[in-house]
Design a protein around this ligand. Sequence first.
Ligand code: FAD
Ligand code: NAG
Ligand code: NAG
Ligand code: NAG
Ligand code: NAG
Ligand code: NAG
Ligand code: NAG
Ligand code: NAG
Ligand code: NAG
Length: 600
Amino acid sequence: MGNPLLLILGAVLALVSAARAGDVSPLVTRTWNGTTYACKTYYDDPVWQDTRKWKALNSSVEGNLLVDIPPGAVCHSTFQGPLGNISTYNAAKCANVTSSFADEQWNIEQPAAALWTYFSGDACRPTTDPTEPCKLGNYPVYVIMAKKASHIKTGILFAKQFGMRLVIRNTGHDFIGRSTGWGSLVINTHSFQDVTFTDSCSGPGDYQGRAVTIGAGVQARDLLRKAHAQNPPLTVVVGECPTVGVAGGLSGGGGHGPLTTLKGWTVDNVLEFTVLTADGEYLTVNSEENSDLFWALRGGGPGTYAVVLSATYKTHVDLPSSGIILNINSTHTNDTELFWKGVTAFHKYSNHFVDKGLYVYYVIGMFGMHLNVQPFVAFGKNSTELAAIVKPLYDDLHALSLKYDAVIKDYPTFFDLYIDMFEDEQAGNSALSGGWMFPHEDIANNNNDIVAGLRNVFESGGFVIGHMWNAGSGIPSSRWNDTSTNPRFRYASDSVITSLAIAGDAPEAERLAAQQKLTYVFDEPLRMAAPHGAAYVNENDPFQPNWQEHFWGENYPRLASIKKKYDPEGVFYAVSTPGTEDWVQIESGTRLCKRGDTPL
Ligand SMILES: Cc1cc2nc3c(=O)[nH]c(=O)nc-3n(C[C@H](O)[C@H](O)[C@H](O)COP(=O)(O)OP(=O)(O)OC[C@H]3O[C@@H](n4cnc5c(N)ncnc54)[C@H](O)[C@@H]3O)c2cc1C
Ligand SMILES: *[C@@H]1O[C@H](CO)[C@@H](O)[C@H](O)[C@H]1NC(C)=O
Ligand SMILES: *[C@@H]1O[C@H](CO)[C@@H](O)[C@H](O)[C@H]1NC(C)=O
Ligand SMILES: *[C@@H]1O[C@H](CO)[C@@H](O)[C@H](O)[C@H]1NC(C)=O
Ligand SMILES: *[C@@H]1O[C@H](CO)[C@@H](O)[C@H](O)[C@H]1NC(C)=O
Ligand SMILES: *[C@@H]1O[C@H](CO)[C@@H](O)[C@H](O)[C@H]1NC(C)=O
Ligand SMILES: *[C@@H]1O[C@H](CO)[C@@H](O)[C@H](O)[C@H]1NC(C)=O
Ligand SMILES: *[C@@H]1O[C@H](CO)[C@@H](O)[C@H](O)[C@H]1NC(C)=O
Ligand SMILES: *[C@@H]1O[C@H](CO)[C@@H](O)[C@H](O)[C@H]1NC(C)=O
């Protein structure tokens, strides 16, 4: 027997610390592989099994809570979800889902579908064999289809109180799976579709002029269509992809697009956000109110600091524009060396193109050995002017005796170009994505090694999507630090995505090998060839070494402290965003936990 006094003292201390832990954090202590963690709560924890809580939540959100069933479930006889088995087979619906599965807009309108499926775990794809198992994978257990700010607030406070993993989902475009999460509660913001233009926005800050305020769910093409209908026709700095959201993840990462070379990042154009914080507090955020949060929300990482309800952007008068689509592929040559000489010539001009105000979107190697530039964009320039800018490239291709096809067109506005030359992409693909940004200096000094790196990606089984733009040329340097994006992007010339296809349900060893290949075989040579480059958080490898520095450079420490100020408990979590160093997904990438058993 021990000393009774000490035993009593020990029991009292245990009670006190349990009470304190209860006050501070609802996280659950778990041990995995010999280490102790404080974990978010999940379906097998008592707090989840109290069905009254979920009923109460559902009534607080006015019946907009649903149990998430992956869309592919209608092709399987049974959905084996965490809340039990459900019979799901429906032949007609299965035919519909099968034919819609690659459609971006269809996926966007599902409550929780990820357009890039790898990080969803791909545990329930459409199939012709209904006996195949259908599981939830990394999709959420519950979804709040928020219709009002109060629904979002209720969801945040519920997740916070009970220690649940909370994920904000807008369109589901995220390449890295940041809009889904194993065992989570998702808040879907896609219903927030208001768009309001104003002719005379003035203050906060020194801006006077036209602006537009949009809800969190508005997508690029819809916004540009409404801007085009104004008099005069207006435009906004959005991404190249017509279906990506604008105020959600795009702005959270910074947002580059066809106008970036002339008008900066999407977030260089933000005047104000309204948000709900991790405490469920409604805030107006601009250069005067909550200005630290304003800075962080402009490129400091998606889904990290607060839920954005609306955002106000500067608009620009739309202008006549021109574009070129250029192809070099097996129609033109089967000579591998000649093809790569052509790519080298093209890439050498990335500084020239952006210095002349262009934006250039291109793909290498998605369908065999091909270069598809679609398009070169010249905002406010006609085809004569654009042709003159691109002429040195054509001269080089002629000198190489390399054939190519190019189509050049004039458009009455940039909007007409955007609708004609940019295309919706396909959903339902499973891949890892990485990449790197090549700045002016490295293009000037080391273009051959950079192109060798791109060739290596292709020859190692991947493909490349490039975006030539410079976020520094269109806005004065005195404004560069107004956003929290990596300052190195102010010298950008080309930012590429590298992509490696891998099945979403691949065994763990295969996954690890693919991740290693992406980080070290594909991307490491690119980082070496362009040591002054950076990485764009929305289109990159979250598992690369030094992601903090690559994504945010010298802005990282301040971002981490703003995260701590506005969300000290980690109510919001998105992989490899500021302040997430202590969080890990244990048990084969499932439960989200903090290292150490003392919560916070
Ligand atoms: C086909 C394709 C083309 C792309 N083209 C471009 C491009 O031209 N330029 C560019 O910059 N990027 C581009 N991207 C990347 C894009 O910026 C990211 O995928 C971005 O995260 C998408 O944001 P979303 O809100 O539409 O998507 P979601 O996947 O729904 O959300 C992405 C992230 O944002 C968070 N989030 C969403 N809504 C909110 C909100 N209201 N408040 C707080 N956090 C929120 C989510 O939690 C998640 O972390 C492209 C992606 C794809 C798949
Ligand atoms: C478990 O811990 C051991 C020892 O620390 C470590 O070597 C191993 O990689 C860990 N396993 C996993 C799956 O993390
Ligand atoms: C929430 O309530 C609505 C309306 O009553 C109902 O249709 C829905 O199934 C409920 N959700 C859950 C998860 O019970
Ligand atoms: C759910 O269905 C699967 C496959 O039919 C079966 O193996 C499992 O035991 C079932 N689980 C429950 C809880 O009924
Ligand atoms: C799928 O069903 C929806 C709703 O019933 C319908 O609008 C759509 O056209 C169908 N799509 C296909 C490809 O069959
Ligand atoms: C390249 O090879 C393909 C397939 O053999 C052939 O169809 C094509 O004509 C070839 N291209 C050239 C330029 O010879
Ligand atoms: C383009 O603009 C220039 C003047 O900037 C003009 O000389 C030229 O004719 C125009 N070309 C077309 C095709 O409109
Ligand atoms: C090859 O180029 C031609 C134009 O010359 C284009 O029509 C075709 O789609 C291209 N093929 C690929 C695979 O890019
Ligand atoms: C922007 O910040 C960097 C360091 O973070 C600093 O070197 C630079 O001078 C700042 N620029 C302006 C215009 O304030």
